[in-house]
Design a protein around this ligand. Structure first.
Ligand SMILES: [Ca+2]
Ligand SMILES: [Ca+2]
Ligand SMILES: [Ca+2]
Ligand SMILES: [Ca+2]
Length: 408
């Protein structure tokens, strides 16, 4: 069993118990969302792995895209004030559990909160909305008039709808109160406002999302249930109809959480890699999901080198180079500073090393910016709850990292 994960989960459970006891009189009524703990053994796949390069199959008829306005007005909206658990100007404070999305219409990288201090201290959990402007290399706390008041979820940008989608977050300042974790929120940078949308799957701690642009769907995979079970279910969210749909692929990757996940636009596949089983066994095979056919495919690496154990890693897709980039994540010797490049077309991993680099870290955020053909990395845990607030830029074509952190 992975001791670090066991300890963190035990701490987390203890906190949930304490918070539940302390807040017994102010508890929300039990949710009507039924738990669906369908424990699945961390199976190897039943389908024989293929290690032959797979050419993307022609897409089937894409789901129809009839724009239906989200019916957010029927749901409560948060009246949370702008976050005080964060500096009001300058750079975001150092943090972990960072997820990033790039609003390409507005040219802004968006993050929402993160763990900024002691996870047992309410002031250590920020729910602030921050935007990083590529053109000026400047971070701004957006201070929307109302917001989710939530932290450390997973983000993806819906290009078609020009919204950043936040899912799987927990309340700001509630110290790991995971209650349901099922709120869906959309951020419109142009109007600087958040809208609450239909609830998604409940209690999927550390689930990840990515946006399938060809299908105009947010794809969700993985998550951890506090009973000690990792989910291996796949969901799709359509902002246009404000609908979550549970998919039913015949084959599924082993359950996991806080893994790397990104969308390969050319192949029209959502790629996921890394994290651990409940027993602490590393998940070292990349999987690719095609929403159009509702099919997961295991991309067995064969004899080549591949990243190996990576927990809390980050992945992006460099569209210009048509390669996936993986950076960071916890390894057996704490964490790694290597870049791994993956080519879906040939199922080929390539290790790249360069100096300087952001160093060994995990629980960081990373996103690709097509207009400058660079990936941006922010934050992360550099070891034992010591956090970074550095911003780095990476050019895959030249394998060059640049620290672009501005001095306060
Ligand atoms: Ca926008
Ligand atoms: Ca959309
Ligand atoms: Ca698709
Ligand atoms: Ca490139």
């Amino acid at each position: 069993m992975n001791r670090n994960r066991l300890v963190s989960q035990m701490v987390y459970l203890a906190v949930v118990v304490l918070v539940s006891a302390a807040c017994a009189t102010s508890q929300l009524p039990p949710t009507s969302v039924p738990q669906t703990p369908t424990p699945m053994p961390p199976t190897a796949t039943s389908v024989p792995p293929t290690d032959t390069p797979v050419s993307p199959t022609p897409t089937l008829a894409p789901p129809t895209d009839t724009p239906i306005p989200p019916t957010a007005t029927t749901r409560p909206t948060s009246t949370a004030a702008p976050s005080v658990n964060d500096p009001l100007s300058g750079n975001p404070s150092p943090r972990a559990y960072v997820s990033m999305a790039y609003d390409s219409e507005s040219g802004q990288v968006i993050i929402v909160g993160g763990l900024t201090g002691d996870p047992n201290d309410p002031t250590g959990i920020s729910g602030a909305t921050w935007a990083y402007d590529m053109a000026t290399n400047n971070w701004s706390q957006m201070k929307p008039p109302s917001g989710p008041g939530r932290s450390s979820g997973t983000l993806a940008y819906d290009i078609d709808s020009d919204r950043v989608i936040l899912f799987g977050s927990y309340p700001e300042g509630k110290t790991w109160d995971t209650s349901d974790l099922n709120e869906t929120w959309a951020y419109d940078y142009n109007k600087n406002n958040w809208t609450r949308l239909a609830d998604g799957p409940a209690k999927h701690l550390g689930t990840r999302i990515a946006y399938d642009a060809e299908s105009d769907r947010i794809i969700l995979f993985g998550g951890y249930h506090v009973s000690g079970m990792l989910y291996d279910d796949t969901w799709a969210y359509d902002f246009n109809s404000d609908t979550w749909t549970k998919m039913e692929p015949a084959t599924k990757p082993p359950g996991r959480n806080y893994q790397g996940m990104t969308y390969d636009a050319k192949a029209d596949r959502v790629l996921t890699y890394g994290a651990l089983t409940v027993e602490g066994k590393p998940l070292e095979t990349l999987w690719a999901y095609d929403f159009n056919t509702d099919t997961w495919q295991e991309m067995v690496p064969g004899e080549q080198s591949f990243p190996g154990m990576r927990d809390y890693t980050a992945m992006v897709y460099d569209a210009e180079s048509d390669r996936m980039i993986l950076y960071g994540g916890k390894t057996e010797d704490q964490s790694s500073g290597e870049v791994w490049m993956y080519d879906y077309n040939t199922n080929t991993w390539t290790k790249l090393e360069s100096s300087p680099n952001p160093g060994k870290l995990y629980k960081h955020g990373m996103v690709y910016i097509p207009t400058i053909d660079r990936s941006i990395l922010f934050g992360g845990d550099v070891g034992a709850y010591e956090f970074s607030n550095e911003t780095w830029s990476y050019d895959l074509n030249t394998n060059t990292w640049t620290n672009v952190t501005t001095q306060p």
